[in-house]
Ligand binder design. Structure first.
Ligand code: ADP
Length: 358
């Protein structure tokens, strides 16, 4: 009998150890709470989440272990609820985190609820991405709706034959044309962004050694007509021999976007400088203008999709609000980043930092 008892105890201990190992290696936080709101079991992930160590939590009340009142309330609700419940709960540690909590009742052999089991998942990143996607769809719809509404209005007026003067007729057609061009630019920029993201994800970017000066010259060439229109001189300051492993087409596109902005937001007769220099193993390409400049408070959000300092001005200039987002994605696809310095009324300098120069 003693041997049987010993073997049974061994089995129980081994099963308990197995269960503890499984719980400890779970990425999700798990706690079991009894009817008196005391912690029966807690795994490492849950203890970490509440900034505690698992051994010291055992047997304590939820108030002693969990600081978040919202989380305490969720657990209390789960104890009075026979059905599973779930909720996203925001907790504040060093920073704000969103925790998805799911509970299930703990039953004894007679199907009486003796407590509840709660599983926690940190969904901060996931929810952030979901919000970004939602905002993006809302922004795109809004941007497309504005020109579409205008086009619809002018087409209806023309259809109703209310405009009899030929010059008025052609003015209306001109406005329609402008809005169609706007729609086209938005779609082209969205496609450009999607292509860069896709190429980056699928590692399909055509990296090759290229002379930075050649890419700079090609970009200036493309912006020349616009610069001439405003009588703005584009200067180039670039070391001749700097070579980098880049996708020249993408870097050219980024430079064109920055030069295009510099021309758009500068007064006629001013100058723009396209400069490239090497700093340790990085190459920094910058575009500096003496234009309207940007207030400091806008700088952190400038590279977000559809962010504009002055919506009306950007639209009037034919901007889509996507140019800088494209530049940022191109830099990131090269393992680099972007930066901006600006003084209101004095001008701006946008830079692309590229690593690993040969
Ligand atoms: P947009 O198509 O509106 O120019 P971008 O993404 O290229 O969109 O730029 C976002 C916003 O940043 C612009 O609307 C403008 O307010 C500001 N901006 C960009 N470049 C400059 C610049 N060189 N000088 C002043 N403001 C700029």
């Amino acid at each position: 009998m003693a041997a049987q008892l010993e073997s049974r105890i061994e089995t129980i201990i081994s099963q308990r150890n197995q269960l503890e190992t499984v719980l400890a290696s779970m990425l999700e936080g798990v706690i079991a709470v009894d009817k008196d709101e005391r912690i029966v079991s807690i795994n490492r992930a849950a203890a970490q989440l509440f900034e505690n160590d698992p051994a010291s939590c055992q047997g304590k009340s939820i108030e002693e272990v969990i600081r978040s009142p919202a989380m305490q309330q969720f657990i209390r609700r789960s104890l009075t609820n026979k059905n599973p419940i779930e909720e996203d709960i925001t907790v504040y540690q060093n920073e704000e985190r969103i925790i998805e909590a799911k509970s299930a009742p703990l039953m004894d052999a007679d199907q009486n609820q003796i407590g509840s089991l709660v599983v926690f998942n940190d969904v901060t990143q996931l929810r952030r991405l979901e919000n970004m996607r939602r905002d993006f769809v809302a922004n795109v719809s809004h941007e497309i709706k504005t020109p579409l509404t205008a086009i619809k209005g002018f087409v209806e007026t023309l259809q109703q034959g209310k405009v009899d003067k030929a010059e008025e007729n052609s003015r209306f057609l001109g406005i329609i044309q402008k809005h169609v061009d706007r729609l086209n630019s938005i779609v082209e920029d969205l496609l450009a962004l999607a292509r860069i993201e896709q190429k980056d994800e699928q590692k399909e970017i055509n990296f090759e050694p290229a002379k930075i000066v050649d890419v700079c010259q090609a970009a200036i060439q493309l912006c020349h007509p616009k610069a001439e229109e405003k009588n703005i001189r584009i200067d180039l300051d670039c070391e001749k021999d700097t070579t980098a492993i880049i996708d020249p087409t993408l870097i050219e596109q980024a430079m064109v976007n920055l030069l295009d902005n510099a021309l758009k937001y500068s007064e006629p007769q001013s100058t723009v400088l396209l400069k490239s220099h090497q700093q340790n193993s990085d190459v920094i390409i910058s575009v500096q203008d003496h234009g309207i400049g940007i207030a400091q408070k806008h700088l952190p959000r400038l590279f977000e999709r559809f962010y504009r300092v002055d919506k009306a001005r950007s639209r009037k200039m034919g901007g889509t609000g996507l140019g800088l987002a494209i530049v940022k994605h191109i830099a990131q696809a090269h393992g680099g980043h972007v930066s901006v310095e600006s003084q209101l009324g004095e001008g701006s300098r946008f830079s692309i930092h590229l690593p690993h120069v040969k």
